[in-house]
Design a protein around this ligand. Structure first.
Ligand code: LRH
Ligand code: MN
Ligand code: MN
Length: 426
């Protein structure tokens, strides 16, 4: 399955005029207010978000999994699906592999396929939260934190193997997310578990190539429900600092207790030059992994405000590894990812409309009302014509979701792959 450029051009044709009208109207208005429209549009075009290899099948909860049919059943097909997303959105130019769910069988062939679709290999994710077939040790009571040295060594070796796999594909980062923790008080010694994790991460860090990053993800609960070893950004930052300059904290939007001020976390990590990666999703209750922007779009915008500020003012912080980390049961996964990509671009565009000089002046005057007006003025702007322009200028679809439907992609996938296919992953 590959979308041809001409198909997208033909699809765009009928909406071109109405796009131009709305773009000109908005661009005129915003230019008069002093915004650099072509600068914003080119930043939108440059912004690329990795698609995780496990998000392309119909996701599930632990209670069930309902196929959307025509799902990719191997890594090649997953890359093809990302190619579809990228052709339409021009925002999905990277894949983030989960090992061992998606170990390439033929590296050269996978790389060639990804290159042809303009897709890069972003951070590789290790998996020490599930036991693997034929593994000598079990992760039932933890991996990098385990009280058993043999288990820790197996988990360290797995991470080193993942680095090796990523290296062959051109990845430059390893993401470590641990399920380690405890379900009941007294089950674990917190200090021993933390120290074991630090020591294990240092061993992995020693095997990290010079131009790689290690991204340490945190999560307050689930699957362990009393404690997790890397419970929050503070724990992650301590561990990253304990490893060295190439280790960073990774923020996943769903990995916070309700009402956490994520924008503040993001801001301070950038100040310290320690925000390395970011997982997008949305949630109402916990780590719901819902479509980005579907529940709390204003919170997403406030987070983007801090990210944009950091990108502009914190050269000490590296470029971030962006990834969508969402999957669930009820939507076509490709449509869902298109909606997430659109929500990310929308929040990014709105955040770029915040006049930082105005905001600073209002802050210096303690003009709280004006501060709010500035933020909400940007948030209320319908920026979709800017997104359309960014896509148009790089060969994408004016409306990716409508294009996906009008090109009848899901049915083409079903006729190509068959109906009852199963994707590897969660
Ligand atoms: C943990 C998590 C992590 C990934 C994925 C499979 O909840 O979000 O980022 O490894 O699940
Ligand atoms: Mn995540
Ligand atoms: Mn998660």
């Amino acid at each position: 399955m590959k979308i041809q450029k001409q198909q997208v051009l033909d699809y765009n044709e009928k909406s071109l005029k109405s796009h131009e009208e709305s773009f000109d109207f908005l661009a005129n208005k915003l230019s008069k207010e002093g915004h650099d429209i072509s600068g914003i549009v080119s930043k939108l075009s440059d912004f690329q978000v990795a698609i995780p290899s496990w998000a392309l099948g119909a996701g599930g909860t632990r209670f069930g999994r309902f196929s959307f049919y025509g799902e990719p059943s191997n890594l090649e097909q997953k890359i093809e699906d990302i190619g579809v997303l990228h052709s339409l959105t021009q925002t999905a130019g990277a894949v983030s592999l989960h090992i061992p769910w998606d170990i390439p069988s033929d590296y050269a062939a996978i790389k060639e396929k990804a290159d042809a679709l303009n897709i890069k290999f972003d951070a590789v994710n290790s998996n020490t939260f599930q036991d693997q077939k034929d593994a000598a040790e079990t992760y039932k009571y933890g991996s990098l934190s385990n009280i058993s040295k043999a288990v820790r060594e197996q988990a360290i070796q797995h991470n080193l193997d993942v680095i090796n796999i990523g290296d062959k594909l051109g990845s430059k980062a390893l993401t470590v997310w641990l399920a380690d923790g405890s379900c009941f008080p007294g089950q674990n010694n917190f200090q021993t578990a933390f120290q074991n994790t630090q020591d294990s991460l240092i061993d992995i860090y020693k095997g990290l190539p010079d131009d790689w990053k290690m991204l340490v993800e945190y999560k307050p609960y689930e699957p362990n429900f009393y404690s997790t070893v890397i419970q929050d950004w503070g724990a992650s930052l301590m561990l990253a600092n304990g490893c060295g300059d190439k280790a960073y904290t990774l923020v996943d939007l769903g990995h916070h207790l309700p009402n956490s001020n994520i924008e503040q976390i993001v801001s301070i990590l950038q100040l310290k030059g320690k925000l390395g990666g970011f997982h997008f999703n949305d949630s109402k209750y916990g780590d719901d992994d819902l479509t980005v922007g579907s529940i709390k779009p204003y919170a997403l915008f406030l987070i983007f405000n801090e990210l944009v500020y950091g990108m502009q003012n914190n050269p000490q912080n590296p470029d971030l590894a962006w990834m969508i980390d969402a999957s669930h049961n009820v939507k076509d996964p490709l449509e869902d990812l298109i909606q997430s990509l659109e929500a990310i671009q929308e929040a990014y565009a709105k955040a770029m409309l915040i006049d930082q000089n105005d905001l600073k002046a209002a802050q210096l005057n303690n003009d709280v009302v004006r501060c709010q007006e500035i933020l909400q003025g940007a948030y209320r702007t319908d920026v979709r014509p800017l997104l359309e322009k960014a896509r148009l200028s790089t060969g994408g679809a004016l409306s990716p979701i409508n294009a996906y439907r009008s090109l009848d992609i899901r049915n083409s996938l079903i006729s190509e792959r068959g109906k009852h296919t199963i994707a590897t992953g969660l």
